[in-house]
Design a protein around this ligand. Structure first.
Ligand SMILES: C[S@@+](CC[C@H](N)C(=O)[O-])C[C@H]1O[C@@H](n2cnc3c(N)ncnc32)[C@H](O)[C@@H]1O
Length: 486
């Protein structure tokens, strides 16, 4: 009899080793788990157990689950009481000091109360401390950043659509509603006739932020600026649930939304180059494991196929490339198969437990899906988007995310995306050059790219954000962000 079949082994596996899989192999367990997706998980208020799902569903559930997802409970977007008076600030350092002072108001009050048992209420304390705060250029440089975007839209609209069409603006992920107020206010001031024909619609996945936009932006900001609330509509849904076709020409804004679009993970067989797609299983204890399958989902397949039509094609060991092009790929590989064959073979020998698979590549399957939504649901849109092209402290791998959370007053990062769902922000950099090519392949439209600085130099009134010493925080900060516009 095999040892594994003995009573002793079963007893040991079940009660002594506390092996959550008992005597089953990891693969058997993976196979036995039902597959779920983020839409199904959204119906449950508890984190799942004994299931498996695509990596993209795991990340999506962690970020967006309506009960425990990161976006629905932990998030706030930094807002200043009033705009910074840049012209009366000495330099970038003093700007940072003033920003820091404003930031302090978000710090939780020190919990001094004791519970009946005399012990500090730790749950309450950690809840207070775990509020995550985003800093976005819209808020930091208000109203000038929003005005730059308004200026770009107005110019573009007057050139291409005026007077035949109304000005319709969609904003995906409206945050606190600040951009909307700044853009409408600028249009009203500079072009009242166009303002009369303007409509602004926010598509917002977070119910918390959507109601904040209703309350603070519409009633306060719009009233303060003498703006007409009937111009604004807030639609509380994910862009991925969008089902109506908007045939009117419109501007579609997305600022700092791509970075939270879920990704799938792919590893390639180092020798045959076959791609394998990642899954995550969650066992009875809530522990996570990653698995790979040769079956690719349609969006992963679509991404890999579309990329082959761009200059980012995985030429791997393609002999047609010039020596220079090969050297460039080796020097700065964009995906695992850009690494030369001998190097991948060597890796197989060094890391036998990777089963001959390459490093992970995180592929933007949600971005591909979003471009399809633009094509079919907003066929006459012009896109205006900005996000990070680079993020420090990312996980190992290609286009890998940063996974971070606030612990007390400290930001901590982890080395895996498989973390307790809802407690971590999972942010991906965007390869904008590739995004432009994918956008063209999918929508048939061309898009241009500019660095954060170059775009604002062209469209903002940069004198307003100049400090006394001549430094310009709006241009100097966010050097790792880019604009893409069509
Ligand atoms: C980092 S915040 C940026 C907010 C704002 N654009 C700004 O720059 O201040 C990201 C925003 O996108 C929203 N969001 C994320 N994914 C979304 C989706 N799939 N559909 C609609 N909104 C989404 C979030 O709820 C949030 O309002």
């Amino acid at each position: 009899m095999h040892l594994k079949d003995s009573k002793f082994f079963k007893y040991f596996a079940t009660y002594v080793s506390r092996d959550p899989l008992n005597d089953r192999s990891v693969n058997d367990t993976f196979e036995s788990f039902p597959t779920v997706d983020s839409a199904k998980l959204a119906r449950f208020s508890k984190r799942p157990k004994n299931v498996k799902m695509l990596t993209s569903d795991f990340i999506e559930d962690s970020l967006y689950n309506p009960h425990y997802g990161y976006f629905n409970k932990e998030v706030e977007i930094f807002q200043t009481e009033k705009p910074f008076d840049y012209n009366n600030i000495r330099d970038n350092d003093e700007f940072i000091n003033q920003w820091y002072k404003e930031y302090k108001k978000y710090e939780p009050p020190v919990a001094t109360e004791k519970t009946d048992s005399g012990v500090m209420d730790v749950a309450q304390k950690s809840k207070q401390q775990s509020v995550q705060l985003w800093h976005t250029p819209t808020e930091l440089f208000l109203p000038f950043y929003g005005e730059a975007l308004a200026n770009y839209i107005l110019m573009n609209y007057k050139l291409n659509q005026y007077p035949y069409n109304d000005l319709i603006i969609y904003e995906m992920g409206g945050g606190n509603g600040t951009l909307m107020a700044n853009i409408l206010s600028y249009i009203r001031q500079h072009q009242p006739d166009i303002y009369a024909r303007t409509k602004y619609k926010i598509i917002e996945i977070s119910s918390k932020l959507a109601s904040k936009q209703m309350k603070s932006a519409i009633s306060l900001k719009l009233a303060e600026n003498n703006l007409d609330a009937s111009k604004v509509q807030i639609i509380n849904k994910s862009i991925f649930e969008w089902d109506t076709k908007v045939t009117d020409p419109c501007y579609f804004i997305a600022l700092e939304v791509f970075d939270n679009f879920s990704h799938d993970v792919v590893r390639y067989d180092n020798l045959t180059q076959q791609p394998y797609q990642g899954y995550v299983s969650v066992d009875d204890n809530g522990d996570f494991k990653e698995f790979y399958s040769p079956e690719l989902t349609p969006y992963t397949k679509s991404f890999l196929n579309l990329r082959e039509r761009t200059k980012f094609a995985s030429n791997g060991d393609n002999q047609d490339l010039s020596l220079m092009e090969r050297a460039k790929k080796v020097w700065k590989p964009q995906m695992p198969l850009d690494e030369p064959l001998y190097w991948r073979q060597m890796k197989n020998q060094w890391w036998p437990f990777r089963y001959g698979l390459s490093q992970a590549e995180y592929v933007p399957t949600r971005l591909v899906e979003f471009f399809h939504i633009l094509k079919y649901k907003f066929p006459n849109h012009s896109l205006l988007t900005s996000d990070f092209h680079y993020l420090p402290d990312a996980l190992p791998g290609y286009t890998a995310p940063v996974v971070q959370t606030m612990l007390g007053s400290k930001m901590v990062t982890t080395d895996t995306y498989m973390v307790y769902q809802g407690f971590f922000d999972i942010m991906f950099p965007t390869n904008f050059e590739l995004a432009c090519e994918l956008y063209r392949e999918i929508t048939g439209k061309t898009a241009a790219l500019a660095s954060h600085r170059a775009f604002l130099e062209q469209w903002a009134d940069v004198d307003h954000t100049k400090t006394k010493k001549g430094e310009n925080p709006m241009l100097n900060f966010y050097q790792n962000a880019s604009f893409m516009y069509s």
